[in-house]
Design a protein around this ligand. Structure first.
Ligand SMILES: Nc1ncnc2c1ncn2[C@@H]1O[C@H](COP(=O)(O)OP(=O)(O)OP(=O)(O)O)[C@@H](O)[C@H]1O
Ligand SMILES: [Mg+2]
Length: 379
């Protein structure tokens, strides 16, 4: 049987859904570093925290052995995808995708040392990249016309196991357009919010290092007005960390991720607090002063697009950054143009693209008559 996989390989993190739209998405931080050897591992640990893999694939410029995700994030020599690098031409994207698939395959086959799996993959590229003639096709062919081998090295539970991955089909979608699909089709694949299809809307996807704007007219992406920019929350998080360190003379956060965990902590006593002296100290003012500036920059971009398009109905803000700066963006909007502006709840905001890829996979597989494991709704 062929397994279905939807993967959104974001600059900040990879999100993946396998086999069932209702499954909790797998999230792997987008951090990779070369790592040949590591100490023996404790098999009671979570494999997700210690992904150490040897990858051989003709889709890669250089095959090799890597730490991926949380394990790589702990190291200092890791690579973040540079925001000016094309996702589809970057080895790091392929390394992440293959590692996620191998992890899924290993979880579902606890017996065999060598696991052969076939996937139908649904993924996508940012608007700017997808606009380039031939880019989506080239990415599809790079994955489909190759065999890929992932051997788990010093990874808890899965060490020594080899996963051979083949693709039966690869669908390469467009990120911004995908977000709209997720909003117009519910998780039972039934149409919802159909009036959205009749309007001109802006989907503003605020990611880690980039912002993608997709203008959707009558349910179709309008390439003339859709584009991406290098505005992301990443630099702002770095500035906040620096200010906190300076003001409190401490190294409170080792990474952007730790800072985001503090800002989004649901425990009020922990949220916006550091414990440098044994007493809780608030970093709220510092955080807010930076997020206000980011929200203003984001709003400026939205305003420019709104003015260029002319007849926009509404803006839908998605992506992880939308959660972080929602209040500030709303205030900016109140003070300025009072556009119709929408936000999603946090899980939906982060996973709307990968959920859309999954929905698109089911639709496209149905259209092509491909055999997949789950039943395709007939609605
Ligand atoms: N659960 C969360 N709550 C709040 N903020 C989050 C959460 N998860 C991630 N973020 C923040 O949102 C930012 C963007 O995350 P997102 O997952 O949208 O980016 P991405 O899709 O990986 O990047 P891109 O779209 O640029 O390729 C991250 O840098 C992170 O700081
Ligand atoms: Mg994204």
């Amino acid at each position: 049987m062929i397994r279905t996989a939807a993967i959104d390989a974001g600059n900040d993190s990879l999100k993946a859904i396998f086999g069932d739209i209702k499954a909790k998405p797998l999230i792997i931080p987008n951090v990779v570093s070369k790592l040949d050897e590591r100490k023996t591992v404790d098999d009671t640990n979570d494999p997700l925290d210690e992904l150490h893999v040897k990858i051989t694939s003709s889709a890669l410029k250089t095959s090799g052995t890597y730490a991926v995700g949380n394990l790589a994030a702990k190291r200092t020599d890791n690579d973040h995808i540079r925001s000016n690098a094309f996702k589809s031409e970057n080895d790091q994207t392929i390394i992440l995708i293959l590692t996620a698939l191998a992890l899924d395959a290993a979880k579902n086959n606890l017996n065999d040392k060598i696991i052969n799996v076939k996937y139908i993959l649904s993924t996508g590229l940012p608007v700017d990249e997808a606009k380039i003639e031939g880019q989506r096709k080239a990415f599809r062919e790079k994955l489909i016309n190759a065999t890929h081998e992932v051997v788990f090295q010093k990874t808890p539970k899965y060490g020594g196991r080899m996963v051979k991955i083949e693709f039966e089909e690869v669908f390469v979608n467009v990120e911004g357009y995908a977000a709209m699909i997720n909003m117009t089709m519910d998780d039972q694949f039934k149409p919802v919010n159909l009036d959205m299809m009749k309007k001109t809307i802006l989907i503003n996807d605020m990611g880690g290092n980039t912002t993608d704007k997709a203008v959707i007219k009558n349910g179709k992406i309008d390439n003339d007005y859709s584009n991406g920019s290098l505005l992301g929350v990443g630099n702002y998080l770095d500035d906040i960390i620096e200010d906190v360190n300076r003001e409190f003379r401490t190294k409170a956060f080792k990474s952007r991720r730790e800072l985001v965990e503090c800002i989004t902590n649901e425990d009020e006593k922990e949220q916006y607090h550091i414990w440098s002296t044994g007493n809780a100290q608030s970093i709220k003012e510092i955080v807010e002063s930076h997020f206000k500036i980011l929200a203003k920059e984001q709003y400026d971009e939205i305003e420019r697009t709104w003015n260029r398009v002319g007849r926009l109905h509404a803006v839908y803000n998605v992506g992880g950054t939308a959660i972080l700066i929602q209040d500030f963006l709303k205030k900016e909007n109140e003070a300025r143009n009072k556009y119709e502006m929408h936000f999603l709840d946090s899980d939906e905001s982060i996973c709307s693209i990968v959920k859309a890829y999954y929905k698109l996979l089911i639709l496209q597989a149905k259209k092509k008559g491909l055999k997949i494991e789950e039943e395709i709704p007939t609605a």
